[in-house]
Ligand binder design. Structure first.
Ligand code: PSU
Ligand code: MN
Length: 307
């Protein structure tokens, strides 16, 4: 696939041409990850936070088969209102989405591919996909993991989503050669929780160091990405001991209902939200804001390095 299939907004195009910092954002978190209207409110607030940092946001998604890099307010609102009615697009869907003129929300995997094609080096989301609980039986391993292994984009998230099997996810990332960093923490954060019992490969406290590592990795000609895990601020977290029983219940229900494939993650996030009476959604929203703030700092450091 070539750049000709992309519709890059003039604002994003200009920023990239002038080596100004740009942060890519995905649209599955809008359509499949959160309910309307909080999803649209969150996406628009994310846009505002990034701009306030002097960085250009580039929300990525597909409308009528057109791959958009830098969705505007109306396009973001359309994605959020459509919700589960738009397709969840991953690497496997790229050809079909364009050929068939589909509407689709891009997952972390698809967003990284498109960001890379557009020349954007950093992407922020909520939580990366990973190895699901029960994966030794179900084989459910998110395409996000293989993508971060082969696409040179730095992903900022709040740690692997807590609905996953975190130790297996870390093993997979190790095999695939993806460096896992915790920001200002000795422990790996776990999405809703600021801490987990697991350790990252590196603890880094300075966005400039994170940028230098990724920059050098690219200078060396390595094609893999990098994962930066940013703990949700303490005041918004749900500690592991509180959220784990909820997740276990949601995973059991998904099994009973035979939910699988691309429907798993949206189902689990929604059930956790229902069981916690909406608290997990507040946490999810806050961790996204926190991630885009950090991603903006790293994006500025990356732009400075390639000046
Ligand atoms: N982060 C969130 N909410 C989400 C996602 C990430 O806070 O809904 C989405 C991303 O699009 C990610 C997807 O790629 O969940 C993972 O889906 P799967 O497990 O089917 O690969
Ligand atoms: Mn899956």
């Amino acid at each position: 696939m070539k750049k000709t299939y992309l519709r890059i907004s003039p604002e994003v195009e200009a920023a990239l041409a002038e080596n100004r910092p740009v942060v890519a954002l995905e649209s599955t978190i809008i359509s499949h990850g959160m309910p309307y209207p909080q999803n649209v409110e969150t996406a628009l607030e994310v846009d505002r936070i990034i701009r306030e940092k002097g960085v250009v946001p580039a929300t990525i998604g597909v409308i009528h088969g057109e791959i958009i890099v830098g969705m505007d307010r109306d396009e973001i609102t359309y994605m959020g209102k459509a919700g589960l009615a738009v397709r969840k697009l991953s690497r496997r869907d790229m050809g079909a989405a364009v050929a068939l003129g589909l509407d689709g929300a891009t997952t972390s995997a698809a967003t990284s591919i498109i960001a890379h094609l557009a020349g954007i080096r950093i992407f922020a989301t909520g939580g990366l996909g990973g190895v699901h609980r029960g994966a030794p039986e179900s084989f459910d391993i998110s395409a996000d993991l293989d993508e971060i292994a082969r696409t040179p984009v730095l992903t900022v998230c709040a740690g692997p989503k807590a609905i996953l099997d975190i130790p297996l996810t870390l093993e997979y990332l190790e095999t695939k050669g993806v460096p896992v960093v915790s920001y200002r923490s000795d422990r790996l954060p776990a999405f809703y929780s600021s801490q987990s019992p697991y350790s990252p490969d590196y603890r880094l406290d300075d966005p400039a160091d994170i940028a230098r590592i990724f920059h050098l990795q690219q200078e060396m000609g390595l094609s893999n990405g990098m994962l930066v895990c940013n703990p949700v601020p303490r005041q918004y977290e749900i500690p592991q001991e509180e959220i784990n029983p909820v997740i276990e219940q949601a995973v059991r229900e998904a099994e009973e209902k035979g939910i699988h494939g691309k429907d798993s993650t949206p189902f689990l996030l929604d059930r956790v939200k229902q069981i916690t009476g909406g608290r997990s959604l507040d946490t999810n929203i806050q961790l996204v804001y926190n991630n885009v703030r950090l991603a903006s700092e790293i994006a500025k450091a990356l732009a400075a390095l390639s000046a």
